[in-house]
Design a protein around this ligand. Structure first.
Ligand code: GUN
Ligand code: FE
Length: 508
């Protein structure tokens, strides 16, 4: 039996534009795919529209009617986070990256050698991520195989779409938290991949499974050349395997990477290698590229201090960047120049990077991505002449929405499957409410309250916008207020592949 949603809908269409549709009727198939979307269906036309689809006479019709102040939007995509760091959120922000890893992060991650601790922690982490509206999440686990299998199992049973990876780290890590050899690191990685690929399918047969494995060399510093080389071989043997790692986050990290991987130490480039690969040999990106770890399905977190030749090789290999502004501010890493990446045509999504970032919510990341773009714009000596570009300009709401949804989907290889509410895509979606009765006074709208008063006193719920706005403009305003002042109280229902998996109205 198909399910229908009737009401306001917001969805990105490109990096610069989105649709705000006050009266949509969206149909979800039994398989959780969006079957069709009809726009401009006024209440008086609803029955006719249902009849056009042969649905009007069905007494069991499953029709969800959204209320005034509610809207549907695609779920958030968190392209970079660390599940085992959630217990640390809000601690250790006095450090920069390398000290923070040693003092705060590795001690916590080491505790996941205990499967009991892993299970209870990961149950909370996954529930919290879903309830923040994240329908697809790219998770780093720890070095521990058992704990990371548990993370994958929990994500699978909770119904979130996700990539789950076990960190590879066999050097420059504390003795209590390091893999003993390349062989053991690779063999545990293979076991995790097998485990995740043997989880029961919960998707239509022609779709990728909801939970997928991801190769996770933590960052170049934590891997020997031998390990990077073996991971490159593993990646080459399976071009569908997604890869995630960190890049160019912090000045000391970059300098140390260059010390550990001088260009003469890298494997020689094949004769087929392009110009961009040759030029980037002595850079951070050049290290991943030399080991075959920079490709169309690589997710590079941070990219705060990328050099031009690195941007070129990232573009040439088709890798994507996870912008993690909350973390980049919190660990004093810097402001990534996302506008310039967008202008180069690089795929960009958002990452919470818990617990470098102190919130698991992509909403917080959206807010910081906006501020970051303003800091970059204010510090830029001049604006480029090209007024259509993003470089050195503040990111508009349409672009922030894109980064949080469709842009993130592109970064993790799901750009044709999720991130947009459109026919043929999975119904990975949120029902958002900015009504006062959801208990978040920050998202307050005088116009909306005026309309609700009219309704409460039995009046016609026609459009009475206080500032003479159109309904579309009012919906755009609701989206902006949600993005900037909303939190998980406003995320009422979270759907993945058509299944209700979380949100404030969800009860297990
Ligand atoms: N680089 C290597 N490991 C980490 C990590 O856990 N968090 C962040 N932000 N950067 C890293
Ligand atoms: Fe990170």
């Amino acid at each position: 039996m198909p399910r229908l949603f009737y009401g306001a809908l917001v969805t990105p269409t490109s990096r610069k534009e989105y649709l705000a549709l006050p009266h949509s009727l969206l149909c979800v198939s039994d398989a959780g795919q969006i079957a069709w979307v009809a726009n401009n269906v006024l209440p008086s036309d609803l029955q006719n529209e249902l009849a056009r689809h042969g649905l009007s006479d069905d007494p069991n019709l499953d029709l969800v009617e959204l209320k005034t102040g509610e809207f549907l939007m695609p779920g958030f995509i968190d392209t970079h986070t660390h599940a085992p760091q959630m217990p640390n959120v809000g601690s250790g922000q006095q450090y920069e990256l390398l000290d923070w890893l040693q003092e705060v992060t590795f001690p916590m991650e080491a505790r996941f050698s205990d499967p009991g601790f892993a299970r209870t922690t990961y149950e909370t982490v996954v529930r919290r991520s879903i309830d923040c509206g994240t329908t697809t999440c790219c998770y780093y686990g720890t070095v521990h195989l058992e704990a990371t299998k548990l993370l994958a199992d929990i994500v699978h049973s909770r119904g979130q779409r996700a990539f789950v990876g076990k960190c590879n780290m066999n050097r420059e890590s504390p003795t209590y938290y390091i893999e003993p050899s390349t062989e053991e690191s690779i063999s545990a990685t293979r076991s995790l991949i097998e485990h995740i690929r043997s989880l029961p399918a919960s998707c239509p047969p022609d779709s990728p499974p909801l939970v997928q494995p991801v190769l996770t060399p933590r960052f170049a510093i934590s891997c020997t050349s031998d390990l990077l080389s073996s991971l490159g071989d593993l990646a080459r043997s399976d071009p569908t395997l997604t890869i995630q790692t960190h890049i160019s986050e912090n000045a000391s990290e970059i300098a140390y990477t260059k010390v550990l991987f001088p260009p003469e130490s890298l494997p020689p480039l094949p004769p087929s290698a392009g110009e961009a690969s040759r030029k980037a040999r002595d850079t951070y990106a050049g290290v991943y590229d030399a080991y075959g770890l920079l490709r169309h399905n690589t997710i590079l977190a941070h990219g705060v201090h990328l050099e031009d030749v690195e941007i070129e090789v990232i573009k040439a290999q088709g890798a994507g960047v996870s912008h993690c502004p909350t973390s980049n501010f919190n660990l004093s890493s810097g402001c990534a120049k996302v506008g310039a990446l967008l202008d180069k045509g690089i795929k960009v999504g958002l990452g919470t990077d818990v617990s470098g970032g102190f919130s698991p919510s992509i909403l917080r990341t959206v807010q910081d991505a906006s501020i970051c773009s303003k800091v970059v714009a204010m510090s830029a000596p001049s604006k480029p002449d090209d007024s259509d570009g993003f470089t050195n300009r503040q990111l508009p709401v349409a672009t922030l929405l894109h980064l949080a949804t469709l842009g993130g989907a592109e970064v993790c290889g799901l750009g044709s499957r999720v991130g947009q509410l459109a026919p043929g895509r999975a119904f990975d979606a949120l029902v958002v409410s900015i009504r006062t009765d959801v208990g978040n006074p920050a998202v307050w709208s005088a116009d909306l309250d005026a309309r609700l008063d009219v309704a409460a006193s039995g009046g016609e719920l026609g459009y009475e916008g206080g500032r003479g706005q159109t309904e579309t403009e009012e919906l755009e305003g609701m989206l902006e207020r949600f993005l900037f002042c909303g939190d998980d109280r406003n995320v009422r229902r979270v759907y993945v592949q058509g299944r209700l998996v979380g949100g404030k109205e969800y009860t297990m």
